[in-house]
Write a protein that binds this ligand. Structure first.
Ligand code: ATP
Ligand code: ATP
Ligand code: MG
Ligand code: MG
Lengths: 168, 154, 154, 168
């Protein structure tokens, strides 16, 4: 399953709908300090099912919803969608007849969460299963967050083993 | 399973021993099980020796050497079992120019396996990208993707 | 003593509130005692708001914003009680060009109080230095101070 | 007490005697990864009395002695000297008649340590007292080691208080 695009709305510093198209090869993401680059990484972790607010630099999961600026009000919901192409055929049979598989996650200020696969409401577990089945899961070595590369070196030997186990 | 981890460990170790000298332009490194008698629970240690230097406690390495050693291991694991995409957020920050060039060349060589997304402030890394997304905040606190430059055929 | 810490805390807080907007070109920040009733044991929290953004948990700040906030606090403490020298090892690594310039200008303004030694890979920081010491390893593993360039009068 | 120069011999990656002259203003230290820049910072901490090997990236204090390369043998001793000028008059009366005050520290592979003030053998405590008396002491905010600036932010509130206390 190759990734085609990422859509964010109301997520962290992206109040307005933003679409990021994924290309083959090397995509560079640039911009000044604090402009939102690492927030894109957080959005990808979040839509893939990250359950710990701490791993997204927050105190509670509500911290991922756009909280406003001095000129704009906070929003009531965060939504991220990740769209995969099925052309390489590596997709669970349930979705084989689709040309795309879209995974969505929403969080409301009320605390309510919603999950979708191809615009159909589903459970978080269905998303986990889909990722497991395709090997697209979030592995420790496929996303290296800012400042984290040194932890491979400073980690205890037991912690380092866990990273290798994810590829085993 | 015991056999399964032992096999993966051996393959990753082999790949790590090849990748490290590519990124360091020499030298050697390897992984070691802290408890080879107890495969199911053993931890994993790293020994590393940049070219011309002696094998020492990996904590004595410099900031840039530690980052490059970690990148070597991440790429070795990745070579065993590539994920469809790899997101690296400012891993090039502690590297000098020569190391950044070798890092970017290796990323280029891995793109037949996966899509790479590199967040960076470094001009050399930007030059290596096939496409650049610029993120800005014209309105304070509001992110916007504004520039998408396609790499001119060079 | 209780009174002594309270006084220093207040002065550092005042300086921090001035330094932060200088480095961030706006915005505001302050220190807060976690337990104002218990001065002798209270911890110290930081609240920070880059220009135009809302006050949020300091952990939500970006890598560069966190570094610049930390630098603001270090300089505020330094302004209260300068040490004869200040050694900064690659603190500019996560900063973008505009922030590096403001950081270096502030270092320049503090040199009437102290000697500053900046270890860096960044060209802009190098341009700000009055003198540059180059460290090399012509012989692998053996450090040598080789180049001392004096800043040309510009 | 202004710092005039630093001399290293047998310390980490500096086997041969190396002299670093301190200037007024801003001194930049540059060079490729692993060439020895941060080792200079370690040398300054060490000669000022750092007692924890961990703070110098080592497992034991013996790790600061040049341990050789593929082309060179290890050395038996590490020595660092820091020379201060007394022109600003801020110096303990015992040293007021000197134009310079030189602090030296040596460590032998045997584990034996030696300390000197102006080439006269002394105890570590005399060096601590000298630094205390002149306010030149190693404060958390006067040396920021590589990768450590973020800790001011991620520290617990009680730990952050300790940094402020050093300036109180
Ligand atoms: N829920 C939210 N609502 C509004 N803004 C937010 C929210 N969460 C985080 N932010 C803002 O996003 C900004 C951080 O963005 P990000 O970490 O993506 O920056 P960056 O581009 O990676 O910068 P750097 O180059 O410094 O790493 C912070 O200023 C933070 O205040
Ligand atoms: N006792 C020792 N004997 C010989 N070499 C040593 C000793 N201790 C450390 N080194 C070497 O010193 C090097 C690290 O130097 P240092 O940390 O000063 O580099 P640096 O110039 O700061 O690099 P970077 O830009 O990556 O931070 C390592 O390669 C390490 O192996
Ligand atoms: Mg970032
Ligand atoms: Mg260093």
């Amino acid at each position: 399953m190759k990734i085609k695009r990422l859509e964010l709305m109301g997520f962290k510093s992206f109040p307005d709908k933003t679409v990021l198209h994924f290309q083959e090869g090397i995509t560079g993401v640039v911009g000044p300090n604090g402009c939102g680059k690492s927030n894109i990484v957080d959005a990808i972790r979040w839509v893939m099912g990250e359950m710990s607010a701490k791993h997204l630099r927050g105190k509670s999961m509500e911290d991922v919803i756009f909280s406003g600026t001095t000129q704009r009000n906070p929003m009531g919901m965060a939504s991220v969608t990740m769209v995969f192409s099925t052309e390489d055929g590596r997709v669970p049979s349930a979705y084989a007849h689709f040309s795309e598989v879209a995974i969505s996650r929403r969080l409301y200020r009320s605390g309510e969460s919603e999950y979708y696969i191809n615009q159909t409401l589903c459970r978080l577990r269905d998303i986990h299963d889909l990722f497991l089945g395709t090997g697209v899961g979030m592995r420790a070595y496929s996303i290296i967050e800012q400042g984290r590369i040194g932890q491979v070196i400073s980690a205890k030997p037991e912690e380092r083993r866990l990273i290798l186990e994810e590829a085993a | 399973t015991k056999k399964h981890f032992q096999e993966s460990f051996n393959k990753i170790n082999e790949l790590f021993q090849q990748v490290f000298p590519q990124l360091f332009k020499g030298g050697s490194a390897e992984l070691r099980l802290t408890d080879p008698e107890n495969i199911l629970e053993s931890g994993v240690d790293i020994v590393a020796q940049p070219p011309g230097k002696r094998l020492q406690n990996v904590n004595l390495l410099s900031g840039g050497e530690k980052a490059l050693t970690a990148i070597s291991l991440v790429f070795a694991i990745f070579l065993l079992k590539p994920s469809p995409f790899c997101l690296l957020d400012e891993v090039d920050a502690p590297l000098d120019d020569a190391n950044i060039d070798r890092f970017n060349e290796m990323v280029r060589s891995l793109t037949d396996r996966s899509q790479f997304i590199l967040i960076t402030h470094n001009k050399r890394t930007m030059e290596m990208a096939d496409i650049l997304y610029g993120v800005t905040m014209e309105q304070a606190g509001v992110s916007k993707m504004v520039s998408v430059e396609l790499k001119a055929a060079s």
